[in-house]
Design a protein around this ligand. Structure first.
Ligand SMILES: [Zn+2]
Length: 84
């Protein structure tokens, strides 16, 4: 039985096991054109990621993906309030 290198969910801390329903969450720093907006995306855990300035987090399930997206929306609201 081969267990992948110890991978833990960046939202809930659960350790990855044999099943592979995990996702990766990719965040990208704000660009010059849109300094207030940081991008976020989700994809399969084994999808190749390109780009040197992206941050990759491991997500164990859809519920944690929703939580992570909600956190990101929260930071966006903070940014909007700062601009207003
Ligand atoms: Zn999780």
């Amino acid at each position: 039985m081969l267990v992948p290198d110890e991978i833990r969910c960046d939202v809930c801390g659960r350790q990855k096991g044999e099943t592979n329903h995990w996702l990766q969450c990719i965040t990208q720093p704000a660009k010059e054109e849109f300094p207030a907006i940081e991008g976020i995306g989700f994809g399969p855990i084994d999808a190749p990621i390109s780009g040197t300035d992206v941050k990759v987090e491991h997500i164990c399930c859809h519920a944690c993906a929703v939580k992570r997206f909600s956190q990101w929306l929260g930071t966006l609201n903070t940014v909007e309030r700062k601009i207003a």
